[in-house]
Design a protein around this ligand. Structure first.
Ligand code: SF4
Ligand SMILES: [Zn+2]
Length: 467
């Protein structure tokens, strides 16, 4: 039998206490003592709270598809998102311990879509006016079957479009998820039954806010915090080198910075400005410097990124030259000049961030930065643990998370998501326009298809087989 890797093994990860209506980091709920029920998420268990912009997008989608009553109901909810793989951003949307659907970014249309799950259809049924009653129960196996227009009644005057997902109400009270395949005025095969259920589900009456979730997980948070601090102390003891913290302005390095502050004061904070940072990140670093009342060392390669691109071409997922020139090179120079005997750098790397990081060790060194040992106190932490830690300690995080970004590294990183690149267009059009035009000119000069830029093919130097 083929062995599953670590990320696949943990596909069922999140637990939920339905009595308190909160997610759990371990089996036991610290509020009621209950054991919680597992929710099977499709991805690797990277669950995070939905932030402001994501919540607005979900509410907009739900309101458009299922009516304002459902949208209003959703606005009161704490939403969690479970990252799932897809062409671009795909998140499973968890509300009241139920995956109600997927929020997906369509790279062709450059917009988000909400695809309800069958459980979502059941949950929306009570509040939604936009649904379709099936008059006569079709015979035989229902999943995949088509329904004709003379067998349906739409329960609202609003129009359904081809590609919409509709809530189907069957005569035996079963609820279905139907995909509109043709105009409902046409005669045959207008709706395809995607799924159907007898299960009864409803939104919870219990409040589910983040502070309550933090109380429910206090014990689990204490355990991981204690373990991370012990690792830091052991690593300091073992390596006996001057200490630094690599602070990127993102959530993971914020956690490591806080853990370090609680262990020792004797370390230098280093921020590497690649020159491709969001202006919000630069502002955040300035703010943090004032807030911490200590200097954050800023390292930067002064070479202009665009002139470097003229030499190397646009960076790609499989050709991340700028990480070497704009991150590792300034760090290597700084270490060689300021830490002649080397240094121990604590970083916020986590295994569940990506497949390439899943095999990482808790300490390592990079041949591009001689003398530096890197250590990762939160290597095993999940996104939900990171966020609960940050929110429980009321740490000031980068506002880009509230603005719809899941990661806050370089704004045009080829390893980023197209939806985030498009969001960049909304908030910093000048930067987006300059880079996009560079890509267009690059593609034209090499007789590459227009899709190279529009569909984000520039993100690969050598296309993977699936593309
Ligand atoms: S754009 Fe991506 S690959 Fe380039 S330096 Fe930034 S993080 Fe590294
Ligand atoms: Zn509970």
């Amino acid at each position: 039998m083929q062995r599953k890797n670590r990320m696949q093994r943990q596909a069922t990860f999140v637990r939920w206490c339905h009595d308190c209506n909160v997610p759990l980091l371990r089996k036991k709920c610290d509020i009621c003592g209950g054991r919680g029920k597992a929710i099977s998420v499709t991805g690797n268990g990277e669950v995070r709270p939905a932030f402001e912009t994501e919540k607005l997008e979900i509410n907009k989608q739900v309101t458009n598809s299922y009516g304002s009553r459902t949208g209003k109901l959703m606005r009161k909810k704490t939403i969690y998102l479970a990252k799932t793989s897809g062409v671009d951003k795909v998140d499973e949307v968890i509300v009241d311990g139920v995956i109600i659907g997927n929020l997906e970014f369509d790279i062709l249309e450059k917009l988000y879509r909400f695809i309800p799950s069958i459980e979502g259809c059941v949950m929306f049924d009570k509040s939604s006016i936009r649904k379709i009653r099936v008059k006569k129960m079709p015979k035989g196996h229902l999943k995949g079957k088509y329904i004709d227009s003379d067998n349906i009644v739409t329960l609202s005057s609003e129009k359904f479009n081809i590609g919409d997902y509709a809530i189907l109400i069957f005569p035996n009270k079963m609820i279905g998820k139907g995909l509109i395949k043709r105009e409902l005025t046409e005669a045959k095969n207008v709706i395809k039954i995607i799924d159907i259920t007898r299960e009864e589900l409803a939104f919870s009456n219990q409040i589910s806010d983040i502070q309550k979730a933090i109380i429910a997980n206090k014990g689990a948070l204490n355990i991981i915090e204690k373990e991370a601090k012990e690792f830091i102390k052991a690593s300091m003891e073992k390596n006996k080198k001057p200490l630094t913290v690599a602070f990127s302005g993102g959530k993971d390095s914020l956690v490591v910075l806080e853990l370090m502050k609680e262990v020792t004061n004797n370390f230098e904070i280093i921020f590497i400005d690649t020159g491709l940072e969001f202006p919000e990140t630069i502002d955040y670093i300035t703010m943090m410097q004032k807030r911490l009342k200590r200097k954050i060392r800023l390292l930067k390669n002064d070479k202009d990124f665009y002139s470097e691109m003229d030499t190397f071409g646009p960076p790609a997922k499989d050709y991340r030259w700028c990480c070497k020139t704009h991150k590792l090179a300034p760090m290597a120079e700084y270490v060689s000049l300021n830490y002649p005997l080397g240094c121990l750098t604590f970083e916020g790397k986590r295994k569940s961030e990506s497949f390439s990081r899943a095999m990482s060790k808790r300490e390592d060194s990079n041949p591009f930065v001689p003398g530096q040992v890197s250590a990762y106190p939160i290597l095993e932490w999940r996104a939900l643990e990171v966020w609960f830690f940050i929110l429980s300690k009321k740490l000031r995080y980068n506002k880009l998370y509230d603005m719809g970004f899941e990661r806050v590294g370089c704004w045009m990183c080829p390893s980023g998501l197209d939806c985030e690149f498009q969001r960049m267009k909304d908030i910093h059009y000048d930067k987006y326009k300059k880079f996009n035009q560079y890509l267009i000119d690059w593609a034209e000069s090499r007789m590459l298809s227009k899709k190279y830029v529009r569909l984000g093919f520039w993100r690969w130097k050598d296309f993977p087989k699936k593309i």
